[in-house]
Design a protein around this ligand. Structure first.
Ligand code: FE
Ligand code: FE
Ligand code: ZN
Length: 277
């Protein structure tokens, strides 16, 4: 089954997102757990979450990707910023148990000049504090473009975070096609080679979800998402991505610059490029 979806607004609750996804032809989606620029989260309505779970089961939804706010920086130098990361991640994970068994994606963070090694250690400390044996959510480290002092622009950095996490069975990776392209990995010309490198450094069993974005940048420049087929990755490479045997069963989430009608068109386009459905 092809799980394709896009980023949706969470303001109407889970059931509304599920219904919107179906209208767009999607069977998965991503949403922010709270305002992406920070702040407190709305309480979860258990009846709304249960209604969504029933809808998702009925329509064969793939796993959802809940996205942490951008202001969550587990390796910040500022103690208050870091405290927000501890509290927000713990609170988000507790609330996600209302829709059990899905994914929680976060940006590993920016080390803001402290260096990769200290950044990785601080990220591990957050994960080792907030992850719980009994949680059903898998936490995903997003592959980053590596702009500024972002941690996670190299597969080795993500592997180091996983290595330093005690409950590493609760940790996976979300591969953002725009970010890895902009980070210098040749997913256009040598997807097999990039996935072999991922497997060698991190292990393909850790790869749980794909952010499917085209890029406005040539490979090696930094993090500007483009619509599918309108960027430097291009439609042929997109078709290879969604059909690659190592990726085909993962949820694909569009984070392309679009309104809902544009997402619906991209979902239809990608379904037409998917082989054997
Ligand atoms: Fe992201
Ligand atoms: Fe992304
Ligand atoms: Zn991005």
């Amino acid at each position: 089954m092809f799980s394709i979806g896009c980023h949706l607004s969470s303001s109407g609750g889970y059931r509304k997102m599920g219904e919107t996804a179906l209208e767009l032809g999607a069977t998965t989606f991503q949403f922010f757990t709270r305002n992406p620029r920070g702040g407190t989260a709305k309480a979860v309505d258990p009846a709304d979450a249960a209604a969504f779970c029933a809808l998702a089961a009925e329509h064969g939804f793939g796993k959802l990707v809940a996205h942490a706010p951008y202001t969550l920086n587990p390796c910040a130098a500022d103690a208050r910023v870091r405290e927000f990361a501890f509290q927000t991640m713990a609170d988000d994970l507790a609330r996600l148990e209302f829709v059990p068994g899905n994914y929680y994606n976060f940006h590993p963070g920016s080390h803001v000049g402290q260096g990769i090694e200290i950044g990785v250690a601080k990220i591990c400390e957050v994960l080792n504090t907030v992850l719980r044996k009994d949680q059903s959510t898998i936490v995903l480290l997003e592959t980053m473009a590596g702009k500024g002092s972002e941690v996670g622009g190299r597969f080795e950095e993500l592997a180091a975070i996983i290595d330093g996490t005690v409950l590493s069975e609760k940790v996976g990776v979300c591969l953002d096609t725009c970010h890895v392209n902009d980070g210098g990995y040749d997913i256009v010309g040598d997807l097999d080679g990039v996935l072999e490198e991922f497997d060698r450094v991190i292990g393909l069993s850790r790869l749980k979800a794909i952010h499917l974005n085209d890029s406005l940048n040539p490979r090696g420049a930094k993090d500007r998402h483009a619509r599918i087929g309108e960027g430097t990755i291009g439609l042929e490479a997109m078709a290879r991505l969604i059909n690659h045997p190592a990726l085909a069963d993962l949820p694909f989430c569009l984070e392309t610059p679009n309104e809902l009608d544009g997402y619906a068109r991209e979902i239809a386009l990608l379904k037409s490029l998917r082989k054997g459905e």
